[in-house]
Design a protein around this ligand. Structure first.
Ligand code: AHM
Ligand code: MG
Length: 340
């Protein structure tokens, strides 16, 4: 007997299903997710043809983090700014590529949403055809004042109303959560649609993968080194032999561990006591994703979701992935002789 194929669902129809869970919703949030999807398709098109056109290489300009901006970073940033909030849903946009947030003037709409994004994370991998990604977090504006300000922007991860990422890899995947599960969509480039491919992603409670840049071990705090050694010796929550996997592209590492189980860590080092990754545009959105998939994210002492940012570009140490693994790491690092 011929088997009927499963239902095909586009990402847009998934967003509409989400909206129907909130009777009375204005449609602004749905519109915003659609705008992000549209930006993702354009960026995906450029990333996948990057090897064909003369777009590779650096612009020679430095971003706020002091890193050389790759042309595709710059392009992805501009696409995001162009696509977001066209319908006036957004009041503040913050990007890893821009020193200052953009406050939308009150006379150009009174949007309820704040979007912070890393338009193209892992850009050092572009020339080697390794996966790169976009990360985004969406917060709701709480104040009623006429003009938005920094206070509206600086919210902890626990206040996120939506978050996700787009990974431009062997295929382009859009993964998001709005608090009702984590769902993944794969882009079918022939029809230009993201189709539901990974419904309700649940990450294993423990995993056999750990991902970190081990070249930094001599510069880690002693307790981090000890904890990683224990993990390798099988003294962590996972009972089997651990395996190391590190691409050096955050979302690619995170996404693999989300599906297979394991932990990604970017601890502090003596030269970077705050770590490298950014709280608002990288750590907090991924923390929301992992928590909605049953995992956990910590800075080594507390949940990433609980950290109130004081700056858009604030950095944070990150331990993220399978719940039991990250809780074990947090416990190890908070033992009396394990303090960071
Ligand atoms: P970026 O935002 O400048 O691209 O840097 C973030 C990237 C992450 O994708 C990756 O996990 C990390 O930096 C790798 O850093 P390192 O080379 O120090 O291991
Ligand atoms: Mg980044």
């Amino acid at each position: 007997m011929t088997q009927l194929p499963g239902n095909l669902q586009t990402i847009e129809s998934h967003f509409l299903d989400l909206q129907s869970l909130h009777p009375g919703a204005s449609g602004d949030f749905t519109g915003l997710l659609n705008d992000i999807t549209f930006a993702a398709k354009i960026i995906s098109r450029e990333v996948t043809k990057a090897g064909l056109v003369d777009i590779l290489g650096a612009t020679e300009e430095e971003n706020i983090q002091g890193e050389v901006v790759q042309k595709l970073d710059d392009y992805a940033n501009r696409i995001f700014l162009k696509c977001l909030g066209k319908r006036g849903q957004v009041c503040i946009m913050g990007s890893e590529e821009m020193a200052d947030p953009i406050f939308v003037p009150a006379n150009q709409g009174s949007g309820s949403y704040i979007v912070v994004f890393d338009p193209l994370d892992g850009s050092s991998n572009i020339d080697a055809n390794v996966s790169v990604s976009t990360i985004f977090g969406i917060w709701r504006r709480h104040s009623r004042r006429q003009h938005v300000c920094t206070e509206d922007l600086l919210q902890p991860g626990s206040e996120l109303v939506g978050a996700g990422y787009i990974v431009y890899g062997s295929s382009t995947m859009f993964v998001y959560t709005a608090g009702h599960g984590v769902h993944g969509f794969t882009l079918d480039p022939s029809i230009g649609e993201f189709l539901l491919s990974h419904e309700n992603i649940a990450t294993p409670f423990q995993g056999g993968l750990y991902s970190c840049n081990e070249a930094y071990e001599p510069f880690w705090p002693g307790p981090v080194t000890e904890m990683v050694h224990e993990l390798k010796r099988g003294r962590g929550p996972y009972r089997g032999r651990m395996t190391s996997r590190y691409i050096g592209s955050l979302v690619a590492d995170f996404h693999r561990n989300l599906l297979y189980g394991g932990v990604y860590l970017y601890p502090p080092t003596s030269d970077k006591p705050e770590g490298k990754l950014r709280l608002m545009c990288e750590a907090a959105p991924l923390a929301m994703v992992v928590e909605n998939a049953g995992g956990y994210a910590s800075d080594g002492r507390r949940s990433i979701m609980d950290i109130a940012p004081t700056d858009l570009h604030q950095r944070v140490p990150l331990y993220i992935g399978s719940r039991e693994d990250v809780l074990w790491i947090e416990k190890k690092l908070s033992e009396p002789d394990g303090s960071l």
